[in-house]
Design a protein around this ligand. Structure first.
Ligand code: WQD
Length: 348
C-alpha cells in the first residue's frame, strides 16, 4: 500500500504505556505528527482514549506487537516515518528473573526487528528507552554516562544489549543517528489527572504502591530496609517526573542529527530522595500520614542511584523542572481520580 500521507511522522512504540503516552502528548503539543503502536500488554485501549483526551491533536494508532515485522513493515509503507521513539518492552526486574527468555524476546529480539525494518525503509533516526539499572551496583553517586555498565538481572541486560546493538549498527553505517536515554526513576502523572502510572496487579515500584496505600487499596507501605549507608538508612533514588522525561525524548529527537552514531544520555534530576523522604512528601501531598513498617531489604536493591544530568543539559538542553513535591502531588491526583486505575471507568 502506498503511503497515505507524505508529511513525516514520529513512530512511537509502546505509545499507550506510562512514559510512551506522556511522550506522545508532548510530541503532539510540539507540532509533530505521531503514529503510535502498542499491543496493550501493559496498558489498555482506555489508555489510548485518555491519551487522545489529553492531547490537543489526534494521533494515528495501530494495535500491533513490535515483534510482528510484517505489521511493522505495513506501518512504514502507510506513513512516511522521520524518526522512531522505541518504548515497547517489558520492564519488571523481578519478573525478568522468572521469565528471562520472554524478556530477551520482547526487549532484544523486537529491537533487532525494528532496526531491520527501519533500515529497509531508509529510516535511521532512533531514540531508545534505556535504564539506569544497567549501572547495577555503583561505587559512587552521582552517576555519569561513562560509569561502567554492570547489569545484574535479565531486564537490565536486555537494555544493555540493545544499546550495544545500536552502537554496532551506528559504527557500521554512519547514516544512523541514535540516542539511548538512561532513565532513573520515572514517577508522577500528567497534571490533568487523566494519564498516569497504572501497573497491573501489585505494584513493584514504590511510588504507585504509595499512591495505592494513600487511596486505601493497600494497607501499608513496606519499607525495604533501613540499614543502608544513607542519611536515614533507607534507599535513595533519583525520581524524575514523567512529564520531564517526555520532554527529554522530544529534545533527544531534536538533537539526533547533531552528530552521527550512538550516544547514551542519563535522564535524572541529580537529586536523591530516600524512601522515608518520599513517604513524607506523599503524606504532605495527600494530607494524611501513611501507614508503613520497616521490613528486610529486597534482594538486588542497592543503597543509592542518583544521576549526574550534566550531559543531558549540555547535549540536549534538557533539565528536569519538577520537584519531588510536584511528583507526589500529580501522582496522588491521578490515583485519587482513578482509585482502581484505568479499568474503573463505567462500562470497563
Ligand atoms: C525504589 C526504592 C526500594 C517498593 C526500578 C527498576 C529500574 C527502573 C525503575 C525501569 C528502593 C524501595 C520499593 C516498596 C520500598 N525501571 N521500595 N518499598 O528498584 O529503584 O528501580 O524501577 O527501568 O529498572 O529496577 O525502583 O520503586 O522499586 O524502588 O521500600 O514497596 O523504594 O528498596 O530503595 P528501583 P523501586
Amino acid at each position: 500500500m502506498m503511503s497515505t500521507d507524505r508529511a513525516g511522522a514520529i513512530l512511537v512504540t509502546g505509545a499507550t504505556g506510562f512514559i510512551g503516552s506522556h511522550t506522545c502528548v508532548d510530541l503532539l503539543a510540539a507540532g509533530h505528527r505521531v503514529v503510535g503502536v502498542d499491543n496493550f500488554l501493559n496498558s489498555s485501549p482506555r489508555a489510548l482514549d485518555r491519551l487522545r483526551k489529553v492531547a490537543d491533536r489526534d494521533l494515528d494508532f495501530v494495535r500491533l506487537d513490535v515483534r510482528d515485522r510484517d505489521a511493522l513493515d505495513e506501518v512504514f509503507r502507510r506513513w512516511k516515518i522521520d524518526g522512531v521513539v522505541h518504548f515497547a518492552a517489558r520492564k519488571a526486574v523481578g519478573e525478568s528473573v522468572e521469565m528471562p527468555l520472554e524478556y530477551y524476546d520482547t526487549n532484544v529480539n523486537a529491537t533487532l526487528g525494528l532496526v531491520r525494518v527501519m533500515a529497509e525503509h531508509d529510516v535511521r533516526r532512533l531514540v531508545f528507552s534505556s535504564s539506569c539499572s544497567i549501572y547495577g551496583t555503583v561505587d559512587r553517586v552521582p552517576i555519569t554516562e561513562d560509569t561502567p555498565a554492570r547489569p545484574t538481572n535479565p531486564y537490565s541486560r536486555t537494555k544493555w544489549m540493545c544499546e550495544q546493538i545500536l552502537a554496532d549498527v551506528c559504527a557500521q553505517d554512519p547514516a544512523w543517528h541514535a540516542i539511548s536515554l538512561r532513565y532513573f526513576n520515572p514517577v508522577g502523572a500528567h497534571p490533568s489527572g487523566l494519564l498516569g502510572e497504572d501497573p497491573r496487579g501489585v505494584p513493584n515500584n514504590v511510588m504507585p504502591y504509595l499512591a495505592q496505600v494513600a487511596v486505601g487499596r493497600r494497607a501499608e507501605l513496606a519499607i525495604f530496609g533501613d540499614d543502608y549507608p544513607t542519611p536515614d538508612g533507607t534507599g535513595v533514588r533519583d525520581y524524575i517526573h514523567v512529564v520531564d522525561l517526555a520532554e527529554g525524548h522530544r529534545l533527544a529527537l531534536d538533537h539526533l542529527d547533531d552528530q552521527p552514531g550512538h550516544r547514551v544520555v542519563n535522564l535524572g534530576t541529580g537529586t536523591g530522595t530516600s524512601v522515608r523522604e518520599l513517604l513524607d512528601a506523599f503524606s504532605a501531598a495527600c494530607g494524611r500520614t501513611l501507614p508503613h513498617r520497616v521490613v528486610p531489604r529486597r534482594p538486588g536493591d542497592v543503597a543509592a542511584l542518583v544521576a549526574d544530568p550534566t550531559l543531558a543539559r549540555e547535549a540536549l538542553g534538557w533539565t528536569a523542572r519538577h520537584d519531588i513535591a510536584r511528583m507526589c502531588r500529580d501522582a496522588w491526583e491521578f490515583q485519587r481520580l482513578n482509585p482502581a486505575g484505568y479499568d474503573d471507568e463505567e462500562g470497563a
